[in-house]
Design a protein around this ligand. Structure first.
Ligand code: PEP
Ligand code: MG
Length: 757
């Protein structure tokens, strides 16, 4: 049978699932010899059994809890419910799941109209005892009966004055409020108090996260897990609120904001009226031994848990108690700094360090600064030693190439040349060239564009000296390059209104010609029409110009002493013959332009795999390809039939809302479908060409799970935006570490099986 009550001294750090993180943390502290107030945990199972609202505790349940309380009585020398030496308890939730849930506590449980006087005598401080009782009533009313805090506040007024008469008045008013609002009087029976406290603290974990009834039904398993409640930690109350050498505080083993080494925190000494927060200085000056003890506790716990720790502590008449320990929330900067330091101190391995970095840490660091902090830089260097994948960057403009290098990109995985051609200064020439009636006219337009493209490539080669620069030849559908027909018609109409129909100037003739040409080129489904390498077949001069610009830039770079590595990507290949044709074109232009420098320019020609047919016939395509570049955005679009644009209006958005899909496949690669195509194409391609280079460069190239998949199937690279490169480097290293761990585990399993056999 699952245990229902566990004494703190019986618990271990590994029992988190049973006794909750708080309970397990304190049990570990106790085992390590640190002073922790005596206590026990009622497990989640126990709470479910003991704490139902109406039922009384079963005899068995009451016995189990009673014997745990007796244990505390023995340790403290006090008695629960006793009028002379009353034992007071704190009742806290101890979460068993890591979800972000508010934790609740009731303190001073065991006080009633009689025991409060016992406490007053014990402490020789009646106002103090009355105030503890007042606080219990306030917390009880809020937690058990949901009475708003403001109603208590109204009755209490100035909190800083602990006047006996005023306290007695407040207690009477609070009891009245509880009875009136909660329909039951505050229980004078301390056992009942404890039971109610356990129930409410355990139930306060029942956080409903689903947004709608429908979601609740759909996610019923999730729902039931979250409503199971928490384990409850019950401890002897230790007070830091009274006496010369008393106080309460919180310490962090490192600074939670900056990650700086050394203990920091707050301490409120009860010696100062009103309890002002003086930081830890007062404690260090007043009690260096105790301060040293806290420092030792911090470093001891940190080296055990390998995490920055937050410890709540109480000083009771000079004696230190650690009352709560938790892994502290750190800023991203603090996470990085402390992680790097923990490696330096030999607490963490570099692998551990890399595995604890989350995408948001890197994103937040880069939002705060456009350069890499020394800690991030170091972590990235470690990641590079571990990762298998090469991280390239999608760079459409030369100005972004340096940024990509700065963030550690090992080359350009995708340069969309249309981005260069469609800039305001160049677009008119592109349109002119597309709309030209004759080849000669088109060539004239291209001659204007050639030096501009060449300059772009020169800059890219210079920034990426020694690294590959993958240049995709013109890709967009034709309609993106054409003027808007409606605007042209409007212009034509206005012209007629101004000049009448008879007028037949060169200007209007040209307008009519352009309208005719646009109508000629109009397609019903432009995305499936003349675009990419198919556009290159219709207008071969465009690709001629682009190739000439690439190779001219390469020659110039080589002559300047650069190591130039152009990789020419043929967009949207669907049939091996398309690639074969294009490859011949590339080789032809290269022969003509490179001349002498050809032996220094080891260019590659590769296929953009974006349509399912290309993936299915990868073996044939690989015959003509030096590399495969999977455009996972378009491949996802074509495989799913979901539009990648305006996704908020698309059926994808609807599917996401309905939770029909596990995630947005444009953000997280759909491993079962699109991923299968990628893997299949890779295997087929490599059967034909074992050294075929391959990678992805869609939006999901910086996603953790997608990168892990790319690593697992043996892709060579992922290519993402410059600002995503650091994150991809970390993710690639994480993928490699986890894969290695898995292999190691499988090998061990295999060995065990063969030993048994
Ligand atoms: C893709 O399709 O995955 C891709 C990155 O290319 P583009 O965005 O240019 O279509
Ligand atoms: Mg694409």
């Amino acid at each position: 049978m699952t245990k229902r009550v566990v004494l703190l001294e019986e618990g271990t750090a590994e029992m988190k699932g049973l006794i909750g993180s708080k309970g397990a943390g304190l049990a570990a502290l106790l085992q390590a010899g640190w002073p922790v107030p005596a206590g026990f945990i009622v497990t989640k199972e126990g709470c479910r059994g003991f704490c139902t609202r109406l039922a009384h505790l079963s005899t068995e349940g009451a016995q189990e809890i009673n014997s745990a309380i007796q244990h505390l009585e023995k340790q403290s020398g006090k008695c629960f419910g006793d009028s002379l030496e009353p034992l007071l308890l704190s009742v806290r939730s101890s979460e068993t799941c890591s979800r972000d849930m508010a934790s609740h506590a009731l303190l001073h449980v065991g006080l009633n109209d009689v025991t409060v006087e016992g406490l007053a005598r014990q402490t020789n401080d009646r106002p103090y005892a009355l105030n503890c009782y007042r606080m219990l009533l306030e917390d009880y009313g809020q937690l058990v009966h949901d009475i708003p805090y403001a109603l208590f506040e109204e009755k209490w007024g100035d909190i800083s004055i602990l006047d006996e008469a005023k306290l007695e008045f407040a207690i009477a008013e609070y009891k009245h409020l509880i009875e009136e609002r909660g329909h039951y009087p505050f229980p004078q029976d301390v056992q009942l108090q404890l039971k109610e406290a356990m129930r409410v603290v355990s139930e306060s974990q029942r956080v409903l996260r689903a947004n709608s009834q429908q979601e609740l039904l759909r996610k019923s398993s999730h729902f039931s897990e979250e409503t199971q409640g928490a384990a409850v930690l019950i401890q002897v109350m230790v007070n830091g609120e009274r006496g010369e050498h008393s106080g309460i505080g919180t310490v962090y083993s490192r600074h939670p904001g900056t990650g700086e080494r050394g203990m920091t925190g707050d301490y409120i000494s009860s010696a100062i009226s009103g309890g002002s927060n003086e930081g830890l200085d007062r404690l260090r000056r007043g009690d260096p031994k105790l301060y040293g003890l806290l420092q030792d506790a911090c470093s001891d716990l940190e080296s055990r848990t390998k995490e920055v720790q937050e410890i709540q502590f109480v000083v009771n008449s000079g004696t230190l108690y650690l009352v709560e320990i938790s892994q502290t929330r750190l800023t991203s900067q603090a996470t990085l700094r402390s992680t790097v330091d923990l490696v330096d101190e030999g607490v963490l391995t570099k692998e551990d360090a890399i595995l604890r970095i989350q995408p948001f840490h890197v994103k937040e660091m880069l939002q705060a600064s456009s350069t890499l902090s020394p800690e991030l830089q170091l972590l990235l260097e470690w990641a590079d030693e571990m990762k298998g994948l090469t991280i390239l960057s999608n760079v459409d403009h030369p100005k972004d190439a340096m940024k990509a290098r700065l963030f550690g990109a090992e080359g350009i995985g995708l340069c969309r040349t249309e981005q260069l051609l469609l800039s305001a200064s160049r677009f008119p020439f592109v349109q002119k060239m597309i709309l030209a009636d004759s080849e000669a006219e088109r060539k004239r337009g291209l001659e204007r564009l050639l030096p501009m493209q060449q300059a772009d490539f020169e800059q890219l080669f210079e920034s990426m000296d020694g690294y590959p620069v993958t240049i995709r030849l013109l890709d967009p559908p034709l309609h993106e390059l054409l003027p808007d027909i409606e605007r042209l018609r409007e212009q034509r109409e206005q012209w007629s209104l101004r000049n009448g129909e008879e007028e037949n100037t060169a200007e209007v003739q040209e307008l009519d010609r352009v309208i005719r040409r646009v109508l000629e080129l109009h397609e019903q489904y432009p995305l499936l029409g003349q675009r990419d390498c198919r556009l290159g077949t219709v207008f071969p001069e465009v690709y001629d110009m682009q190739l000439e610009a690439i190779f001219r830039a390469a020659v110039k770079g080589i002559r300047q002493g650069l190591w130039v590595r152009p990789e020419i990507m043929i967009p949207l290949v669907g049939h091996a013959n398309e690639l074969q044709d294009m490859r011949e074109l590339v080789d032809h232009v290269a022969d003509q332009v490179l001349g002498e420098e050809k032996r220094h320019c080891l260019y590659r020609v590769g296929a953009r795999i974006e349509v399912p047919r290309a993936a299915l016939t990868a073996a044939q395509i690989a015959r003509h390809a030096d590399f495969f570049s999977f455009g996972t955005d378009d491949l996802t679009q074509m495989t799913f039939g979901y539009s990648r644009h305006n996704t908020e209006k698309s059926s994808l958005h609807f599917a996401e809302q309905q939770r029909l899909l596990p995630s947005n496949p444009f953000q997280v690669l759909d491993i079962d479908g699109v991923g299968q195509l990628v893997e299949m194409a890779l295997v087929q391609g490599r059967v034909r060409k074992p050294h075929l280079k391959a990678g992805i460069c869609g939006e999901n190239a910086a996603d953790l799970a997608s990168i892990a998949f790319c690593h697992r199937i043996g892709l060579d690279y992922v290519s993402c935006l410059p600002e995503q490169v650091p994150l991809a480097r970390i993710a690639a290293a994480q993928a490699a570490i986890l894969a290695q761990k898995q292999d190691h585990y499988k090998n061990r399993q295999g060995r065990n099986i063969s030993t048994i056999a």
